[in-house]
Structures are given as C-alpha cells and as structure tokens.
Design a protein around this ligand. Structure first.
Ligand SMILES: Nc1ncnc2c1ncn2[C@@H]1O[C@H](COP(=O)(O)OP(=O)(O)O)[C@@H](O)[C@H]1O
Ligand SMILES: [Mg+2]
Length: 300
C-alpha cells in the first residue's frame, strides 16, 4: 500500500462525492484502489447503485465496501462480553451475565467498534491495494474515532504496568505460601489472560497510531463549501488533529461557485487548496473521474 486517504468534514459538504471522485480517478489510472465507507449514514452505494455491505469489485481497478457499522457494533459487544466472561471468570463480584447489557449502553462503544472496523479494513486490505480511500462520518464522530487509539494507547500502557505489578505480588505471595493463591489464578506474565488481552489491544491501537502518524502513509483531507458552518467545522477538525499531534494535508473547496461567501482559504489553513466546482451530474462516474483529476495532487 502506498497511501490511505481520509476525507473529513461536515455532513453534506461532499466527503462521499470527493472520495468517489478520487477513487474513480485512481482506478482510471490503473491504480488498484479500495474505497471504504465507515459512515453509518452510508451513501457510496447511492453512487455505485449496488449493495456494498460486502466488498465488491466495481471497476477493473476499484473495490468498494460500506462497513455495516451496526452489525460491527453488535459483534464487537458479543465478542467483548465473551472475552470478559472467559478472562474474569474467577471474579465473583462482577455480574458477568449482565455484561452485555451494560456494555451496550456504555458511552464510546460505537466509536470503539468503528475504530476497530476501520483498523481491520485497512489492515486486511493494505497488501492488496495501492490506495485506500476512506469516506468518514461527520466531524464530531470522526474526531472521536481518530482520537480513540491515542487515548487508548496511553491507558493500555498504564494498565499493562499495573497488571504486571499485580502478577508480581501474586508470585511473591505464592512463593511464601502457595495455598493462598487459587490454582486457576495466574502467577506468571505468560499465563495471565488479562495481560494477554491487553497486549492484543495494544497491538490494535498501536497499528492505528503509527498509521495516522506516518505522514507518508496517511493523508488527511478536509472538505468544505462556501459557507460559514462548514468552514468553522473544518477549522475544528484542523485543531482536533493538531491536539493529537496530527495535521491536515489538503483542503477541498467543493461545490465552488454555489455559495455566497468567498474565502481566502490560504490564509486560514496555510495548506494546498483544491477547488472542485459545483457540477451537474456529480453522481455520474465519468463526471466523478474528471472531478477526481483535481484531487490527484493528494497522491503525488
Ligand atoms: N461538486 C459537486 N457538484 C454538485 N453536487 C455535488 C458536488 N459535491 C457534492 N454534491 C452533492 O451534494 C450532496 C452531498 O454530497 P455528499 O458527497 O453526499 O456529502 P457528504 O458525504 O459530505 O455528506 C449530494 O447530493 C451530492 O451529489
Ligand atoms: Mg457521505
């Protein structure tokens, strides 16, 4: 894989259209491209007019997929519940039977499962495609998804340190009096299921953190229109990324000519600005591919 390109921005500005445009353009240039949407309000299938809940080849060099976010969440909850039951079966104080219902209503689960979905789709396709183009949900949700691997990484590392201390203490107790430690409780790091699980989680989030930090590999593109709202959301995205030590790479002013406000976007972003005019038949593949040519700087 050469690059993953994320299209970010407010709802309705043209994230799906721009991601489609770049994907069709790349495929017209014979670049093997995987176009994936993690927006729960899917609409890449509106452009393709095919069911994309499974990855599907739509052009010679283009595969597309819409992640079924709800199904992913349900599966994620089930898997997490199962793992917790296995890992913590010795803990009587926690009612593991109600775990599924508790998790279901816990804040952040949707974002978490979407982050894993994104990670899994990128990881499993990176060897087969030159480019991965990601259509994302609107600003607030997407910023949460992007920040999750960073905050999780910090917590997981702390938990691993604490867990190792716990195992150390257990081993010390077992050393003095083995009867004090139940036989199914781990006293070495190798046999501890919790530590194993933490290591596994650490791998996932580290993959995302490294991908997002690698400026040769991932590019962040914000899409906006000629209106105040989409401009202010784009600036929020810029700040949100900077808070994580990341940065935007390109600004797409889409539907140019439609709005009343004319900006000097160069002053506001200090980034390359790509302009895409308001175009009739913006859903048509040839029109998209032509629009996409303007986006080719993203992959140069
Ligand atoms: N350059 C453009 N010219 C004309 N219509 C456009 C253009 N870009 C997007 N649109 C239209 O605007 C609407 C919203 O675009 P979409 O790509 O779905 O936005 P988002 O994914 O950001 O919510 C769609 O109906 C789309 O066809
Ligand atoms: Mg969209």
């Amino acid at each position: 894989m050469k690059r993953v390109i994320f299209f970010l921005g407010k709802g309705g500005v043209g994230k799906t259209t721009s991601s489609a445009a770049l994907s069709f353009y790349l495929s017209s240039q014979k670049k093997d491209t995987y176009w994936v949407s993690i927006d729960p309000a899917h609409n890449i299938s509106d452009i393709v007019k095919e069911d994309l809940r499974e990855k599907r080849q739509i052009e010679k060099h283009l595969f597309a997929e819409e992640v079924d976010v709800e199904a992913y969440l349900q599966n994620f909850l089930k898997e997490t519940t199962k793992k917790m039951k296995e890992t913590y079966k010795y803990l009587q104080i926690v009612n593991l039977e109600s775990m599924f219902d508790i998790l279901k209503h816990s804040p952040g689960m949707e974002e978490y499962s979407m982050m894993y979905a994104l990670k899994e789709k990128i990881e499993s396709n990176m060897n087969n495609f030159e480019y991965i183009v990601v259509d994302t949900p609107p600003t607030g949700l997407m910023l949460k998804i992007i920040s999750l691997p960073f905050s999780s990484k910090m917590w997981i590392e702390k938990l691993i340190t604490w867990r190792k201390k716990i195992i150390d203490r257990r081993a010390a107790i077992a050393n003095i009096n083995p009867k004090k430690i139940d036989s199914d409780i781990a006293i070495t790091e190798e046999e501890d299921k919790v530590l194993k699980e933490l290591g596994y989680q650490s791998k996932h989030v580290t993959f995302m953190v490294e991908l997002l930090r690698n400026k040769n590999q991932s590019k962040m593109v914000v899409v906006l229109n000629e209106d105040e709202m989409s401009l202010s959301e784009s600036l929020k995205i810029k700040e949100g990324l900077e808070d994580l030590g990341l940065s935007l790479d390109f600004v797409v002013l889409n539907k140019e000519g439609l709005g009343k406000i004319k900006y000097s976007l160069e002053d506001k972003f200090s980034l390359p600005i790509i302009r895409m005019p308001y175009t009739k038949n913006a859903m048509d593949k040839t029109t998209l591919s032509n629009l996409g040519q303007r986006l080719s700087v993203i992959v140069n």
